[in-house]
Design a binder for this molecule. Structure first.
Ligand code: IMP
Ligand code: MG
Length: 178
């Protein structure tokens, strides 16, 4: 179905909501109830907001911090570098951390985030992504918790943007023509 935004729906709001609830159940079965959640901005802010409330319903009392990471192209995709544009405000030393990101694509962003938090002395670092584009991976990294696998398609909505547009869509879809 293509809607008025010219976006073809891939995961509708109900499907996302159900899967977020399942993810919270999986996470609450494996991680301590006071886990420190590190939300990678900006794309994961909607997912994180829903996941946090689902975690509360699953009996967890997570703490939350935010980090902003950007990858800048320098001509070719393989030369992209991840930049830290907003740092954490919490101390992660000795903590069990769950990194939450929207999309695991080449893997550079998640690998950067994991390395940073390990280097800061966290006692354990786990990761959760809403979408995993496994076939696009260029760096060896996997997430511990994955919402959905998705193919090699550019997606928007549910916090995820294309040039700052579409973040407010309540579903995830593919832009028909860019
Ligand atoms: P990676 O570092 O290549 O794994 O890229 C991860 C980041 O790229 C995600 O957190 C998104 O911000 C962005 N990204 C990757 N694929 C898409 C997409 O299909 N739509 C919008 N942003 C994307
Ligand atoms: Mg991102």
């Amino acid at each position: 179905m293509t809607n008025r935004s010219g976006v073809e729906v891939i995961f509708d709001a109900d499907t996302i909501s159900r899967r977020v609830g399942e993810l919270a159940t999986e996470i609450s079965g494996r991680l301590p109830e006071d886990v420190l959640i590190v939300v990678v901005l900006k794309g994961s802010f909607v997912f994180a907001a829903d996941l946090l409330r689902a975690l509360d319903r699953s009996g967890m009392q997570p703490r939350v911090d935010f980090i902003s990471l950007s990858s800048y192209g320098t001509g070719t995709e393989s030369s992209r570098e991840v930049q830290l544009t907003r740092d954490l405000s919490e101390e992660v030393r000795g903590q069990t951390v769950l990194i939450v990101d929207d999309i695991l694509d080449t893997g550079r962003t998640l690998a950067f985030a994991v390395d940073l938090i390990v280097a800061r002395g966290a006692s354990a670092v786990h990761s959760c992504v809403l979408l995993d584009k496994r076939e696009r991976r260029e760096v060896r990294v996997d997430a511990d918790f994955v919402g959905f696998d998705v193919g090699n398609v550019f997606v928007v909505g549910y916090g995820i943007d294309l040039a700052h547009r579409y973040r407010s869509l309540p579903y995830i879809g593919a832009v028909r023509s860019v």
